[in-house]
Ligand binder design. Structure first.
Ligand SMILES: [Zn+2]
Length: 153
């Protein structure tokens, strides 16, 4: 099949499908072609090159899947590795944005809570009892698994 860009004398443009260029000429000669808009039979081929339609012989391209919004370094990693990495990043975030007060953590957390020290993010160590007593006092603290030694500086 060949598709021609056709137009009538009034300039209405439309497409016509033909078995061949000769088919177009034949239909035009017999007055079978008419403008779908105004019915004019003075149909001419447009200047644009005819497009070939190869029908079923044309391999259909599979629809391209939309590129997934992934961070490149997560590509191809298993969910556990990704979770591990996210946790590690979160840890980095906490470690860079908080002040290390070491073993003074319980005292410092308490001071911040009672506004005796400037409010800020701190990190440090606390024993189980120290942690529990902070929680008992209603002081918001969070525990994290001990980071790898190289993160402790
Ligand atoms: Zn027309």
């Amino acid at each position: 099949m060949i598709v021609f860009d056709l137009h009538c004398k009034d300039g209405h443009r439309f497409e016509g499908w033909f078995g061949s260029a000769r088919d177009f000429a034949s239909q035009k000669k017999r007055g079978l072609l008419s403008c779908p808009t105004c019915g004019d039979t003075g149909i001419e081929k447009g200047l644009s090159a005819p497009r070939l339609n190869m029908g079923a012989q044309e391999p259909k391209k599979p629809p391209q899947p939309a590129p997934a919004q992934k961070t490149p370094d997560m590509e191809g990693k298993d969910p556990f590795a990704v979770a591990q990495m996210l946790y590690s990043r979160m840890l980095d975030e906490i470690l860079t944005k908080s002040e290390d007060v070491g073993k003074k953590f319980p005292d410092e957390a308490r001071k911040i809570f009672y506004q005796e020290s400037p409010g800020r993010a701190i990190r440090g160590q606390a024993t189980q009892e120290e942690h529990d007593s902070l929680v008992d006092e209603g002081i918001p603290v969070a525990r994290f698994p001990v980071p790898p030694a190289d993160r402790l500086n």
